[in-house]
Design a protein around this ligand. Structure first.
Ligand code: PGA
Length: 251
C-alpha cells in the first residue's frame, strides 16, 4: 500500500486527479469507480478544469458509481445521480450510456444490485476505483460490521452516516435510511484503488483503517487486502498516523 501525505486538500486532490487522468490516458475505454460526498469535489473540479484546457478524454470510458440512496429518484437534487451530473458528468465528455449508477428508485433493490454487479462484470471489472472514507471508516456505504467479501446490495445507513450527510437534505425533507452500495468484495476486485481522505474529522478513521487490525468493524481496514492501493491524505487526515512506521511523507 502506498501512502501519500500532502500539506493541503488542494494538493491531495491534485494527486488523485492526476491518477484518474493517467488511467484514462493509458486505457481510454477503462472503467472508473467514482464516489460522491464532499471529499471528491476538489478532484472533480480539477478534472473539469483539465478537460477545459484540453486534457482528458472520457468518451470511451465507463463510470460506475459507488453507491446511491434508496427511495429517491435520480432527478432528486439529493441523489448521487444528480450530484455526479452536476459535479462532473455534464462538464466533461462522458457518454450518457457509459454512466452507471444504481437506480435508487428501483422497486426491487436486490434485483437492482444484481443487475449492477452484472454490468460491472460485463465491462471486465473496474480498472480504477476512487474512494472516500467515512468518519466511521466506511467505504461506499459499507458500514462497520460489513464483511469484507460483500457484494453490491441494499444496506441500512448508520446513525453516524445519516448525521454526517444530513447537511445535504433540506430541513424537513425525508432523508433516506437505506442505500445500494458496491460491496467491499466488489471494490476489492478493482485492479487499482485510490482513496482520498482529508480533514481532521477523518484522522481516526484513517488511523483505524491503516494502522489498526483488519476487522469487519473497520471497513477501511479491508484496503490492506488489496495489492495496488494508493491512499492520499492531507496532513490533518494523517494526524493520527504516526503509528505507521513506514509512512512515506511526500510533501
Ligand atoms: P465525505 O464522505 O467526502 O462527504 O466526507 C466520504 C464518505 O462517506 O465516503
Amino acid at each position: 500500500m502506498e501512502i501519500i501525505v500532502k500539506d493541503t486538500v488542494d494538493e491531495a486532490s491534485a494527486i488523485v486527479a492526476e491518477i484518474l487522468l493517467r488511467q484514462v490516458e493509458e486505457k481510454p475505454d477503462c472503467a472508473l469507480g467514482l464516489p460522491t460526498g464532499a471529499t471528491p469535489l476538489g478532484v472533480y473540479a480539477r478534472l473539469i478544469e483539465d478537460f477545459r484546457n484540453g486534457c482528458g478524454c472520457y468518451n470511451r470510458a465507463h463510470a460506475f458509481n459507488l453507491d446511491e440512496y434508496l427511495g429517491i429518484p435520480g432527478t432528486d437534487t439529493a441523489s448521487y445521480a444528480f450530484y455526479m451530473r452536476e459535479n462532473l458528468f455534464r462538464h466533461i465528455d462522458f457518454m450518457q450510456r457509459n454512466i452507471h449508477i444504481p437506480d435508487g428508485s428501483a422497486a426491487d433493490a436486490s434485483a437492482e444490485a444484481t443487475r449492477y454487479e452484472t454490468q460491472i462484470a460485463a465491462r471486465g471489472g473496474i480498472d480504477l476505483m476512487f474512494l472516500g472514507l467515512g468518519r466511521n471508516a466506511h467505504i461506499g456505504f459499507n458500514e462497520p460490521g460489513s464483511p469484507h467479501d460483500t457484494r453490491t446490495r441494499r444496506v441500512a445507513l448508520t446513525a453516524s452516516t445519516m448525521e454526517a450527510n444530513a447537511r445535504y437534505f433540506a430541513p424537513g425533507s425525508r432523508q433516506p435510511t437505506h442505500a445500494i452500495t458496491m460491496g467491499i468484495g466488489t471494490i476489492l476486485e478493482s485492479r487499482r484503488i485510490v482513496v482520498l481522505a482529508t480533514g481532521i474529522e477523518k484522522a481516526s478513521a484513517v488511523a483505524a483503517s491503516l494502522a489498526g487490525p483488519m476487522t469487519d468493524a473497520v471497513p477501511g481496514s479491508a484496503l490492506a487486502r488489496h495489492a495496488h492501493t494508493t491512499i492520499v491524505l492531507d496532513r490533518d487526515a494523517a494526524h493520527e498516523l504516526d503509528r505507521i512506521l513506514a509512512l512515506e511523507i511526500d510533501a
